[in-house]
Design a protein around this ligand. Structure first.
Ligand SMILES: [Cu+2]
Length: 116
């Protein structure tokens, strides 16, 4: 996973170049929510997007505490307060499975961004 950080800069740069070029926008939503035995993401299935799409993820929080939303590869590290919604935008230019996790709670169940 060390290698991902090295590749990150060109990915972000090309994402900026692509925006506004008629790229398809994919709207997704996921929320931090109570699950059996703790906190997880709803839906818990991977968020599926296509390589090169402009992805807008609405991240909600159905719990009573602040949660994090992180995807290391795309340098996403945000927080969403209880009952609030944030928008996370990214253009995944590399296919793969990327872990989505809460950086505030190690026990928070993870999900994935699946780029095909
Ligand atoms: Cu959390």
């Amino acid at each position: 996973m060390k290698r991902a950080l090295v590749i990150l800069v060109p990915v972000v740069a090309s994402a900026a170049l692509l925006s506004g070029c008629g790229v398809k926008t994919a709207h997704k939503s996921v929320s931090a929510a109570p699950v059996a035995g703790g906190t997880g993401w709803k839906p818990s299935t991977p968020i599926k997007v296509k390589q090169g799409d402009k992805v807008v993820i609405k991240v909600g929080n159905l719990t009573k505490v602040t949660h994090g939303f992180s995807i290391d590869y795309f340098n996403v590290h945000q927080t969403v307060d209880a009952g609030k919604t944030i928008q996370v935008k990214l253009v995944p230019n590399v296919k793969g499975r990327y872990v989505i996790y809460c950086q505030l709670h190690p026990a928070h169940k993870k999900t994935e961004l699946l780029v095909t």
